[in-house]
Design a protein around this ligand. Sequence first.
Ligand code: UDP
Ligand code: MG
Length: 333
Amino acid sequence: MLQDLQDWQIEGAVAPWRKPGRVGLSVVIPCYNEAPVIDALLARLEPVCEAASPGDYEIVLVNDGSTDGTWSLIDAHAARSAHVVGVDLARNHGHQLALTCGLQVCRGDLVLVIDADLQDPPELLPQMMRLVREGYDVVYGQRVAREGETLFKKASAALFYRVLEKMIDIAIPRDAGDFRLMTRPVVDALNAMPERFRFVRGMVSWVGFRQVAIPYHREARFAGETHYPLSKMLALAFDAVTSFSVKPLRMASLCGVLFGMAGLALLGWVLAVWLQHGTVSGWTSMIGVSLIMGSVQLIVLGVFGEYLGRMYIETKGRPMYIVREVRRGGDGR
Ligand code: UDP
Ligand code: MG
């Protein structure tokens, strides 16, 4: 029964975009304005896939509403090779949803997730597959170096992972992005999770199974520039925290208790002064206290709002993404 339900949910989520049947290996790649790298990406990826799973693989390129020539390149590659599947989203849905779409469309018994910009070396695949054969279900790349990234990017990424660690209750490996190899049961488990605010690497930690890290050097972007400016990093951090923890709400209550105690102490002091001098003390402290209390209340309301807003959007139950077109190599669809 549970199995039936899961199957139904998975099929319900992916139909009609997923073709029936299986392949040995899928590579899922979200692409947003990656025109300068698509050719180089496939040139490097195809031999690796061919060696790892001869003739039995697919490369799923999800075009996340790019505004450059990314889709026409993907389309051309899908027409050229029976192993390339192109999915064109109707607009930019963001990295995590483009990745989700790829995971739902792909048919591999093993699924490799990789960025389009060649920052993660595809050549690591054989090593990752060896670990899967040893019995692991998830092999995730853990960065030991980041080349060609600004100090700010490195510092903000480091801060991101450390704050996240404090805020959420599940262990998300440090310095691991979305570069990972997963087995089909893990991908099916992810596909059965219906939430719209998706922090995929956290969800992978959450599902469990046997997971292992593989250290690697994160290279510089092959071309183009990062699509993760500070604003998107912050949005991702909010999604990550709110989808895995209610700690901020608990912190809001704690904040209330602390300020309540401080307020009581202040009241004691005010009363003491009143008894001694028979006067109330000045205006500055009054303004100070009301400003602090006002801002604390607004912050706490804001935290509530973050959760409430997400609940509102989740309850609408809209699809996570809209597919405009799927182009499969060979069948000309
Ligand atoms: N990406 C996407 N949609 C977006 C932003 C990024 O599909 O709205 C893709 C992008 O094409 C790349 C991956 O997500 O394949 C990671 O993005 P990027 O390399 O810009 O991030 P960084 O490596 O700088 O963290
Ligand atoms: Mg990148």
